[in-house]
Design a protein around this ligand. Structure first.
Ligand code: HEM
Length: 460
């Protein structure tokens, strides 16, 4: 026998819209509801209905790619206005998805990270230079992490230096991108039919989208004009490799969409992960001390270590710290799939073909299968033995299946390298006795998190 998916009483037209707070409180609200209503519940926001899923058994069921595929839900459809048919926002049956996926996969393999390592290290050094110059004054952790990850993807992906760490205000591209993403987000949260009251914002959005497209087209044009045919970065691969199936390269509009996609997807998520990791290291001195012992073993007390590519794989405890940070606060906190046909999930809940089933990752990451103290930050959950013993679908910070994150290795290499350098170099001083607040846009990060830093002296 089937039964309806649980939901709160809904108002006509509004659905549950009034009960969902905006911004970060929205995510916390959805997590609370997953606790109270169960691992699956329905949420209606104006005309749109979402099924939210937070429990291990259901997430494991939804990972079956013969029954489910990625769902490009209304928020992603909005983002298509800037990222078009780029990898992240492509509809499942759009031919350019498979084409770009095949062309780009080799550029994201673990081996490909060897080619990005030196550039990532340069960008990391720009950050430590900046933090050295702060000379003990407070630094804006999420702000600087975002500058770093943006510069890194610009340099590694497209050979373009946005130099965010060396400028006072945000790069014009970043400012335009943040405004444009906020606009698409706000549109999803507002009452349908009220667009005409936001004409000015809509005009600003068009201008921002045009600025981003123009800047990216210029990077592409310059590379073409230079006659440089290297294929060892993302842009080079897209310009100069042909897809094996069609024998064609990607078209210029699609390349623009991919570049914008990588700039969006490739930096906020990683910077949030780094910021949460630093937050947890600050609050857990015993974990920080262990991480420092790990880097000291590799790099001793040299003033400027020269981490080799191979060192990153040796920083296994720091990887555990990152994984545990991504467990508690997966910085892309949801991903959606849709049934390929009408079906029943969990043995009793009917769902329709094409409807949005949204996996709420922070809820999954607090499933009772993690043990009793799910809120406790404990990197030892990610020892090789415990990882091997855990159900595979219990940890999904990078999504699922063929539409999972293509940039996972890139993010982990970059983040492990940077965290290693930071804990090797600095003592982290929590001068405000910071209390975690979540800032949410498309991704999540700690709100207004500042630290003071002091150089470590040997033995500290
Ligand atoms: C997809 C998370 C870093 C590029 C995704 C998805 C998640 C995710 C959950 C699946 C989205 C969905 O199913 O709708 C993360 C996290 C990161 C990170 C937590 C950092 C800690 C990166 C980086 C890049 C990147 C560094 C690029 C350099 C992408 C792209 C997709 C994607 C292109 C779409 C893939 C496809 O559908 O073919 N990411 N990501 N991500 N990510 Fe990441």
């Amino acid at each position: 026998p089937t039964t309806e998916i649980p939901e709160r009483p809904a108002l006509p037209f509004l659905g549950h819209a009034l009960s969902v707070p905006k911004g970060a409180d929205g995510l916390l609200h959805l997590m609370r509801e997953a606790k109270e209503l169960g691992p699956v519940y329905r949420l209606r926001v104006f005309g749109t209905s979402y099924v939210l899923v937070g429990g291990l058994d259901l997430v494991a069921e939804l990972a079956d790619e013969s029954r489910f595929r990625k769902n490009v839900h209304p928020d992603l459809v909005e983002i298509r206005r800037i990222a078009g048919d780029g990898l992240f926002t492509a509809f499942p049956d759009e031919p350019n998805w498979r084409k770009a996926h095949d062309v780009l996969m080799p550029a994201f393999s673990l081996g490909a990270m060897r080619g990005y390592h030196a550039t990532m290290l340069d960008a990391a050094r720009s950050l430590t230079d900046k933090w050295d110059r702060a000379d003990g004054a407070p630094v804006d952790v999420p702000g600087d992490m975002t500058r770093l990850t943006f510069d890194t993807i610009g340099l590694c992906g497209f050979g373009h230096d946005f130099a965010s760490l060396r400028r006072e205000t945000a790069h014009p591209f970043v400012a335009a991108m943040s405004r444009a993403l906020a606009f698409t987000q706000a549109k999803g949260e507002s009452v349908p039919g009220t667009e005409r009251f936001r004409r000015k914002r809509a005009a600003e959005f068009r201008a921002d989208a045009a600025l981003m497209a123009g800047l990216v087209d210029e990077v592409i044009r310059k590379r073409r004009a230079s006659g440089d045919t290297r294929t060892d970065d993302l842009l080079g691969r897209m310009l100069h490799t042909r897809d094996a199936v069609t024998g064609e390269p990607l078209d210029d509009l699609n390349i623009r969409h991919q570049v914008i996609t990588f700039l969006i997807a490739g930096h906020e998520t990683t910077s949030g992960a780094l910021s949460f990791a630093l937050y947890h290291l600050t609050k857990h001195p015993e974990v920080l001390a262990r991480a420092q012992r790990e880097v000291d073993t590799l790099w001793g007390d040299t003033d400027t270590p020269e981490p080799a590519y191979g060192d990153i794989g040796k920083l296994t405890y720091l990887r555990q710290v990152l994984d545990e940070s991504l467990r508690l606060w997966p910085t892309a906190p949801a991903f959606a799939v849709e049934p390929r046909e009408d079906t029943v999930i969990g043995g009793r809940y009917p769902v329709r073909r094409g409807e949005t089933l949204m996996v709420l990752t922070p809820a999954l990451h607090r499933d009772s299968a993690w043990g009793d103290n799910v809120e406790l930050f404990d990197p030892d959950r990610f020892t090789p033995e415990r990882t091997a013993a855990r159900p595979v679908h219990l940890f999904k910070p990078f999504g699922s299946g063929e539409r999972a994150c293509i940039g996972r290795q890139f993010a982990l290499h970059e983040a492990t390298l940077l965290l290693g350098l930071l804990v090797h170099r600095y003592r982290l001083i929590d001068h405000t006795d910071y209390r975690l607040r979540i800032h949410q846009s498309l991704t999540i990060k700690p709100e207004a998190f500042a630290l003071r830093l002091a150089r470590r002296t040997s033995g500290e």
